[in-house]
Each structure stands twice: as structure tokens, then as C-alpha cells.
Design a protein around this ligand. Sequence first.
Ligand code: UD1
Length: 432
Amino acid sequence: MVAAETTAGRLGTGGSILVRPGGPLSGAVTLQGAKNSVLKLLAATTLAEGTTTLRNVPAISDVESMGDLLVAMGAEVGRPAEGTLVVRTPADLVPEAPYELVERMRASIVVLGPLVARYGQARVSLPGGDDFGSRPIDLHVRALEHLGASISLVHGVVEARAPRGGLRGAGIVLEFPSVGATENALMAAVLARGTTVIDNAAREPEIADLAAFLNRMGARIVGAGSSTIQVEGVEELSPVEHSLIPDRIEAATFLAAVGVNGGEITLLGARADHMDLVTHKLGQMGMRISPCSEGLWAYSSGKLRSVDISTLPYPGVATDYKPLLVAMLAVADGVGIVTENIFSSGRFRYVDELGRMGAQIRTEGHHAVIRGRERLQGAPVRAHDIRAGAALVVAGLRAEGETEVTEAHHIDRGYERFVDKLRGLGADVERK
Ligand code: UD1
């Protein structure tokens, strides 16, 4: 077993990505495992003593951050082979997530539910605001309170305590189908006494993956992937092996790249059924996309038509696709309106960066109006977050001259070998 520090620092810690326009993209690219799935599965390893093996794990810095958090709590984390992550959870994990680690990655809040369920108490630093508007955790807190936990905020730390005898099953109705709150409730309910029903649950494929993993560990969950999830609590879970679902956001990133650039690519391992609406929208924009035996095939002439798009909880168009779609609309024929319904309007910050490349985008509240143009102009631009960074690289493929996307470490949080994969398709990109 290798300690997690051996994985730390392996990935790029900054730098920038240079992009130049080129000929059509072509070839095949293998998708990584889903970032938004692996982080939750790692949190779920705290539920059972012993060794968990995860496969198809992407080499991204968010996985390192979650690994560091598990190590800080007393687990051992190793990568015995490419794509494989092994977590050894001791019987006596320290159920505390310190600020330095939570601050690095807000998704760490999903350890709260499993920790309080298994250890009867948990202390998790409250994540601060970030680059795209603050993300409250009131729905997480209320869901755990329904299961009997008492929760208080003490000097910036969320302290959760289970009643004597442990959490107990209950009916939980989420005010909004929050992904994180659904996951926290689910990971707490699996060890609660009796039956829990989570209504208005998030339906993302990553939630179904988490439930499949938990069921394999011995949990009794039905309905994950639908709005009503029912959980019969069990006394104990045991560690297992599990292979992650493919990353649909990474898949959409390569679709956007071929969309703006033109070309023909195959996304190996893609799950078309996880991407119905977004591929439908891309079809309306003029791309041809179809499932194939290896995953998903896509073709674009490089000429795109504008469409209007609204983000919604799954199965709606994911908010994470939005920067990519805006980059596509910036070079499409016509005017498109993009409406953000999940996060506060701050998630349009990358629009200013696209504006530096000549994109014609006006934002008003939750809306962005994008007037497409034939080409953008290369410029130095800054990645504010994972998807915004990827979208700027995509935009650079259709920009005259050179685009330099700085603060590329944001991209490393969620994309494994992004530059190598794009180069494999023939794109003129390099890491600086
Ligand atoms: C997850 C994804 C993120 C994606 C998002 C929405 C991970 C690691 N991240 O984030 O990539 O963009 O789902 O699909 O999986 N909210 C509250 N109170 C709460 C919780 C959430 O008001 O207690 C609000 C948030 O501020 C936001 C909305 O609900 O406006 C959606 O958030 P949520 O679904 O919880 O997203 P995350 O789980 O944080």
C-alpha cells in the first residue's frame, strides 16, 4: 500500500495551455471515469472498514484532494496501477475534515453524511464561497436532521452528532433536487435504522453509480436515478471493487471541440443514454452524433447553427456543459440565448474571457445572449474554473492566431491528460 502523498504533486500545478487553430479533428479518444462520481465513491469508502478498489479512476487533482482528505482522517490511499485506486479504511477513522482540504474542494462536504452515520459524529469545515457564486448547504443539513442528527456551526466548522442508538430512517423531501444533498442523505441513510425515503432526489447518473456502489457494499437502495429513492438501513457495509461510469462532461467537452473545429471523432466508452438532451441540442446545432458499439460517434462540418438552451437538473442539460455550449454558440450562425437555472448568475464569469477573444455575448441576470461570429481571435485568457477553462481551450480551436489559457491547474482538477487527448485528435495544443 502506498500512502497518498505519493500521488500528490504528480499533476501540473499551474501553467497554461496554448491553442492554435488547425485542420479537422479525427480519431478516437478514451473517456475517463466520471469525476463527479469518483469523489462521492471515495467519500463512501469511509462507511466500511477494509480495502476498497476503484477502477477507471481519472488522474485528476480533485481525486488527489479527496485522497488527501481520506489520508488526513486516517485512511491509506494508493494507486497500484493506472486507473486503479485503493483505499484502506481503518476501524477508527477520525471523522474530521479540516479547512485546508475542504477549501481545496467544496465537494468534500459529502463526507458529512457517511461520517455521522458510521461514527455517530463528524466535524467538517464549512466550504467558503467560490468563483461561481456561493453554494449553501442548508439542504444537506436539513436532510441529515430528518435522520435524527443534530447539527451546529461552531467557529466555521459544521458539527454533526447522531442521537444515541444512531441515525434513524425518515421521510426526506428535498426542496430542490440538489446532487450533493441527495448524496449526503443517501450515504447517511444506508446505515440508519429503518426505512428512509428521499423525495425530489437528484437523478444524475452519478447518483445511480453511487447507489450501485453502496448496494454492492451491502446497502439496500432502490430507485436511485429516479426522483424517489428508498433505503432500508443495514447494520454494516463491507468494502468492494467497483468500476466508475464514464465522465459525461468530459465527453461533452470533446463533442464541443469537434463541433467548433469540425471533424469526426469517436468517444470510446461514452454512455449515450447519459447524454440524451445535450446530444439532441448539439444535433439541432448541426452536428451529427450517434451511439456506436464503442461509445459515441460525432461529426461536425464546423458550421454550427444557434439554439436556445436552459440548464436544468438531470435529465435536463447540465449546468456543467454550459461554458462549452456558450463557446460553441460564440462561433455559430445566429443568436442563441442560454439560461442558467441551477447556479447564481456568477457562473457566467468566463464570458468576459470569451469577450477578450472577440465573442459577442451579453449577460443579464441568469441569461446570456450570444451572437455568433465566423471566428474568434486568439488572446491570453484566464481559466476561472474547470469547465470554463476547458471551454476557453475549445474556443481557441476556432480563433485566429494563438490563445493562451492561463491558470490551467483549474482544468487539471477535472480533466485527465486533456492536452494529450486533444493532440491525439490532431488539435494544435500544448502545455506551457
Ligand atoms: C454537483 C456537481 C457540479 C454540478 C452540480 C449541479 C459534483 C462534485 N459537483 O454540485 O459539478 O454543477 O452538481 O449539477 O458532483 N443548493 C442549496 N442548498 C444546498 C445545496 C445546494 O441552495 O444545501 C443549491 C446550490 O446553491 C445550487 C443548486 O442548489 O444553486 C444545485 O446545487 P447541487 O445540485 O447541490 O450541486 P453540487 O452537489 O454542489
